[in-house]
Design a protein around this ligand. Structure first.
Ligand SMILES: Nc1nc2c(c(=O)[nH]1)N[C@H]1C(S)=C(S)[C@@H](COP(=O)(O)OP(=O)(O)OC[C@H]3O[C@@H](n4cnc5c(=O)[nH]c(N)nc54)[C@H](O)[C@@H]3O)O[C@H]1N2
Ligand SMILES: Nc1nc2c(c(=O)[nH]1)N[C@H]1C(S)=C(S)[C@@H](COP(=O)(O)OP(=O)(O)OC[C@H]3O[C@@H](n4cnc5c(=O)[nH]c(N)nc54)[C@H](O)[C@@H]3O)O[C@H]1N2
Ligand code: SF4
Ligand SMILES: [Mo]
Length: 709
């Protein structure tokens, strides 16, 4: 038996971007393990990806191109050949482009985070075509925009050092579920005496293991952060030297924070003022008086409300006020993606756009429901006539799902989906194309939770007739007659182009070295901002942002309340008094893995966590089927009566495939298409609902998928 070990990388949208070792026996991948030598991965994978072969060799894998034969959404398809499929697509796209290429829209996100199978050949193809651009806002753009204005880019501390920290604040994140390798380090820090604090409306798996859990109402973090700033300034827990040399706008920030007394913020957030005094006191004292490292792990949970961007701005000021950056184990990490010297121009070739540097119209992916239902007004806003979806499952993951599904159901919309499985979105495809998984193609990866580049070597040959995304767009480009040399680049050519080799951070790193070694760390100082040097225009951390003022925004960190809360929408709150959040489930990755039986079995069925008092008031007991609803829709789930959810909050861990739920719906039936204050991002956790008993409904997940396809 021929056994080989292949160096690969986890493709998923997870900050850990693990280094994988894939065992291949006689051409079949039999085991996917973590690389023990990679300092982040440490030989351990999450449950999901340690089951990767179960997903890759799943009996439901799409293995041939298919053409729709049933109604849209019904999921009935007949196999066709690649030539027929690609001819059909090229002909339709060609006809539409001849009138107005902007009626064509790509829709993609981070099904794979690979730089090659993500936006490389696909982007080149749509740029050359002159299709509408997609504003990829669905996850990180509120915080990324806030960090860009504050630090200059998505940069922060290296959590490899966090084991040395004496205080770790986990703010809006649940690392046991979604950032496992960071949690391992936090445990080590705890053993060495660190105090752990969670800021989260929900007592998550991680929050329950912290020394203190502060549970503000969703979307109120901006007020909390401004109150922490207020106390640090009031009590002079400040690093005056760091502030003077490496920040802009301290006086203006002081004035802004003046109004956010702990009492006022406590009232806004629904917490005790003492929590704020205690946290600010500890954070400031450890950093300023005792010169000990204090770290903040800021995450996405707190960005998914109206004020998500400004809340990140406010939190991002904290480490600069106390000089936490001076130490490798201090500072803040939201994302490290801005450290990577990646050649986006080479990968995506925006210069291929017909009017470059003028841009075609841009469509926000977070409001795809409205965009598809917009009949257009001709010039500048043509109706979307064709949609090409890859690396994403919008019918399950995009907000206000009923509108998304109605848009996808339009008879006059031509939809192409590149997928591994017949997802909720795939069911609406006119042409469904089988894509390869990470074990079957080549890629190169950056990360957003560490600072290593990784290579993904192909472990096995493509299953069935599946093709990499790149090859599908390469063949389409050929059919469209696109003659530019970049359309013949191989995947390895593209991987090599991805790394900006002149950049000192990438010194010694190339595709050749990477694919042999598997991973290489960027050259960065251990404490990147110990002596300032932020990549802003001023080179400083900008409490006051002149760029924001120029862009017509509030130049100072602010508290922007949720759209849907008693204070801002009293009438709505009287009808829908409960705030609903739908953060990631541990055993799914967004909607990926929901169809892997062993993982779905662990999650059970869609649940809704509700506080005992809120449950009692509604006659709800543990295990009751309940209906959560608002003006946008409704959702069935099994109640878990638990004080993990604070009073006034319900929690439905997500993101279920709609067709695998009893009622064919998931949390996005209830979420809105409103956008955050910065970054045009969705507000998944800014969502009021009411919950009632759904008597008579006893069914477990629908059996439909058992027979699929
Ligand atoms: N297992 C697993 N891992 C994942 C994912 C997954 O689906 N499953 N998804 C991946 C992706 S795409 C992303 S973006 C990241 C997300 O990463 P995170 O943002 O870290 O997501 P979670 O770990 O669920 O943490 C979100 C936490 O924020 C809390 N929260 C909700 N609203 C608020 C609020 O207003 N304020 C505060 N302070 N907290 C709030 C939630 O209760 C939840 O516990 O995880 C990635 N990793
Ligand atoms: N209610 C609610 N909704 C949310 C969130 C939430 O917390 N609550 N989280 C939001 C967040 S943070 C995010 S990032 C989005 C995530 O939304 P998406 O990026 O759409 O993520 P997934 O649901 O994992 O879907 C990715 C799809 O890509 C496919 N795929 C993977 N690799 C490849 C490949 O190489 N080629 C092709 N063609 N396909 C591939 C997978 O099979 C999968 O079906 O969801 C958002 N939606
Ligand atoms: S999903 Fe995250 S934790 Fe799991 S293997 Fe991938 S990178 Fe590692
Ligand atoms: Mo995300």
């Amino acid at each position: 038996m021929a056994t080989r070990i292949i160096r690969a990388a986890c493709p998923h949208d997870c900050p850990d971007t693990c280094a994988l070792l894939v065992t291949v026996e006689d051409g079949r991948a039999v085991k996917v393990a973590g690389d023990p030598d990679h300092p982040g991965t440490q030989g351990v994978l999450c449950t999901k990806v340690s089951r990767y072969t179960e997903r890759t060799y799943h009996p439901d894998r799409l293995l041939t191109p298919m053409k729709r034969v049933g109604r849209k959404g019904e999921g009935k398809f007949a196999p066709i050949g690649w030539d027929e499929a690609l001819d059909l697509i090229a002909t339709r796209l060609g006809q539409i482009a001849a009138r107005d290429a902007q009626a064509i829209l790509p829709y993609s996100y981070a099904g794979t985070m690979g730089l090659v199978q993500g936006e490389s050949m696909a982007a080149r193809f749509f740029h050359k075509l002159g299709a509408s651009l997609l504003d990829r806002t669905i996850c990180a753009s509120a915080g990324a925009t806030a960090l860009r204005y504050t630090y200059g880019a998505s940069v922060g501390m290296d959590v490899e050092h966090v084991t040395e920290a004496k205080l770790i604040v986990i703010w809006g994140g649940n690392p046991i579920a979604s950032n496992l390798h960071f949690w391992t380090r936090v445990q080590e820090a705890k053993r060495r005496g660190a105090t752990l604090v969670a800021i989260d409306p929900y007592r998550s798996l991680s929050a329950e293991k912290c020394h203190r859990h502060i549970a503000p109402m969703p979307g109120t973090d901006g007020a909390l952060a401004l109150a922490l700033i207020h106390v640090l300034i009031r009590d002079d827990l400040l690093d005056h030297d760091y502030i003077a040399r490496h920040t802009v706008g301290f006086e203006a920030l002081r004035e802004r924070a003046q109004a956010f007394t702990p009492a006022r913020a406590a009232q806004i957030c629904g917490i005790a003022a003492d929590d704020i005094e205690w946290l600010a006191g500890l954070y400031g004292r450890l950093a300023v008086r005792e010169h000990l490292p204090v770290a903040i792990r800021l995450n996405y949970g707190m960005q998914r409300a109206h004020g998500g961007g400004q809340a990140v701005r406010a939190v991002a000021c904290l480490p600069s006020l106390v000089g936490a950056w001076r130490q490798p184990a201090g500072g803040l990490q939201l994302s490290t993606s801005g450290f990577f010297p990646v050649d986006g121009q080479a990968l995506q070739r925006p210069d291929l756009l017909p009017g470059w540097p003028a841009l075609p119209r841009t469509v926000n992916m977070s409001t795809i429901g409205d965009a598809l239902l917009d009949t257009g007004n001709g010039a500048g806003r043509p109706k979307i006539e064709a949609l090409v979806v890859y690396n994403s499952n919008p019918v399950a993951v995009a907000p206000e799902s009923a509108k998304v599904a109605a848009g996808f159901a339009r008879e006059d919309l031509f939809t192409v989906v590149l997928e591994h499985f017949r997802t909720d979105t795939a069911d609406y495809a006119d042409v469904l194309l089988p894509a390869t998984t990470q074990l079957e193609h080549v890629d190169v990866h950056k990360a957003y939770g560490h600072t290593y580049f990784l290579a993904n070597n192909a472990a096995v040959a493509p299953l069935g007739e599946a093709l990499p995304n790149t090859e599908i767009f390469r063949r389409l480009a050929q059919r469209m007659g696109f003659a530019d040399a970049c359309f013949t680049d191989s995947d390895e050519d593209i991987a090599a182009q991805a790394i900006l080799r002149d950049d000192p951070r990438a010194q010694g790193i190339s595709w050749e070295t990477l694919k042999a070694r598997g991973w290489q760390k960027l050259n960065l100082p251990a404490a990147p901002f110990a002596d300032g040097g932020f990549p802003t225009a001023s080179g400083k951390c900008e409490f006051y942002s002149e760029a924001m003022r120029r862009d017509g925004l509030d130049p100072l960190p602010a508290y922007v309340p949720p759209y849907e809360a008693p204070a801002t929408a009293p009438e709505l709150a009287s009808r829908y008094p409960l705030a609903m959040i739908s953060p990631p489930a541990r055993n799914f990755l967004n909607s990926t893995f929901v169809n892997v039986d062993s993982l779905r079995a662990t999650e059970g069925e869609p649940h809704l966590d509700i506080h005992p008092e809120d449950a009692a008031a509604r006659g709800i007991e543990a295990g009751t089927m309940v209906r959560a609803f608002n003006d946008r829709g409704s959702l069935l789930a099994r109640a878990r009566v638990t004080d993990r959810a604070r009073r006034g909050l319900v929690v439905g861990l997500s993101i279920w495939w709609k067709k695998l739920a009893a009622d064919g719906k998931n949390a996005n039936e209830l979420t809105s298409q409103r956008l955050t204050d910065l970054g045009r991002a969705p507000v998944f956790y800014d969502c009021l609902v009411e919950v009632e008993r759904a008597d008579g409904v006893v069914s477990a997940p629908a059996a439909e998928m058992a027979a699929a396809p």
